[in-house]
Design a protein around this ligand. Structure first.
Ligand code: ADP
Ligand code: MG
Ligand code: MG
Length: 369
């Protein structure tokens, strides 16, 4: 494989690794970056491995700004973890610099590489096969929020512009309806109406941030289970990883999105909508875990909007699927015809179910504040 050759001949020499290179292998199940584990032999110490990643510059067009975000956030976390007597190399990502003292190495073909200390004896789970993993994920993301509550979020680069700007997303949606590029608008009138009926919801968080009613915070923006390393012995979520999408935003974005995909009873593209709902037990499991860590650092307004945020992020996601369907499936990869419409419909079903269960969600939140 060409990439492994390049790693061996060029990339590994660029970083401050300890020992003699043995081999490299593709590692993990990430879908965005190309991730490898690289192994080194050492004279007097046991062998060691590192994570080596080629940053996906098709998505992240400003790799330097992205690395500044990661350095800022992990340095802040490291300081807090050490103050509390924790193990910083295990509880946050540790960047390995290049021999020139940089955080990124640009290879001879224009690719950008970075390296992390390998977090051993921990696993990235791909699915919630035990409910405790969901609660532990919530605790880990809540802890991440808590430690970063005093971070100056406005100094972070916006690595993907307008990522959760629902007002802009609505504008793009209405443009797609008007242009009707794929000639599908007439066939999805009901769906289009569903999102237009909820347009006011799209402005709630964006406006509140602009007015200073909601604080700007460090948001992770990819709060999936497989972006947490969990201890192999205790299942405890020890380290939040995958910090590429760390941006200034609202804590509601991370919470809402976690509920959107984590508390749903069905797959994102399920065609039998009778199987799709928001599971209140899962909502409670996540809320309990999240608030046990982050609760004391949230404002009253943030807490009040937690249930709404689940609906908002689901609405946004469903609208993005419909926008893409109207544009002719140019953004989200599809594996069958109408898959983006199916995805849109599951999100609509979830939104409707959340509206129905809104009072229950508020009661659950009240239990844990
Ligand atoms: P992507 O954006 O492609 O998802 P990630 O940063 O999440 O990339 O990394 C992909 C996978 O690599 C993770 O799911 C995890 O299994 C593994 N991984 C990443 N960083 C580390 C690390 N520091 N220690 C151990 N494994 C890691
Ligand atoms: Mg990942
Ligand atoms: Mg990622």
């Amino acid at each position: 494989m060409k990439m492994l050759e390049m790693i061996k001949n060029e990339i590994v020499n660029a970083f401050l690794f300890d020992g003699d290179f043995i081999y490299a292998e593709p590692f993990g199940c990430g879908h965005i970056n190309a991730t490898y584990a690289v192994y080194f032999r050492r004279e007097t110490k046991p062998p060691v491995r590192y994570i080596l990643q080629a940053v996906n510059t098709a998505i992240f067009t400003d790799p330097q700004g992205l690395m500044e975000n990661i350095l800022g956030v992990t340095s802040h976390l490291r300081k807090k973890i050490l103050e509390q007597g924790g193990d910083a190399q295990r509880e946050t990502l540790t960047l390995i610099p290049t021999r020139n003292g940089n955080l990124l190495y640009e290879d001879s073909e224009g690719g950008f590489w970075r390296s992390y200390h390998f977090i051993e004896n921990a696993t990235c789970h791909q699915s919630v096969d035990r409910p405790v993993l969901f609660t532990n994920a919530a605790k880990a993301f809540g802890h991440f929020q808590k430690l970063l509550a005093d971070y100056p979020a406005d100094t972070l680069h916006e690595t993907i512009a307008g990522f959760h700007n629902t007002v802009d997303r609505y504008a793009l949606f209405e443009k797609a309806v008007a242009e009707d590029k794929a000639g599908r608008a007439a066939s999805v009138e009901k769906e289009v109406r569903f999102f237009l009926d909820r347009k006011a919801d799209g402005a709630v968080v964006v406006d509140a941030i602009a007015k200073g009613q909601l604080p700007l915070r460090v948001t992770h923006n990819d709060t999936k289970l497989n972006n947490i390393m969990m201890d192999n012995d205790t299942d405890e979520g020890i380290c939040v990883i995958d910090l590429d999408t760390v941006m200034p935003g609202s804590v509601l974005y991370d919470f809402g999105d976690s509920i959107r995909f984590g508390a749903s009873t069905a797959d994102e593209d399920e065609r039998d909508l009778s199987l799709v709902s928001m599971d209140l037990e899962l909502f409670e499991a996540y809320t309990a875990g999240f608030l046990s860590e982050a609760g004391s650092s949230l404002t009253a307004e943030e807490i009040r909007l937690l249930p709404f945020s689940a609906k908002l992020l689901t609405l946004e996601c469903g609208m993005r699927f419909l926008t893409d369907y109207l544009n002719g499936d140019t953004y989200f990869r599809i594996h069958r015809e109408h898959q983006n419409l199916d995805r849109c419909r599951t999100q609509m079903k979830l939104v409707a179910d959340m509206e129905y269960k809104m009072e229950d969600m508020h009661k659950i939140v009240a239990k844990y504040v």
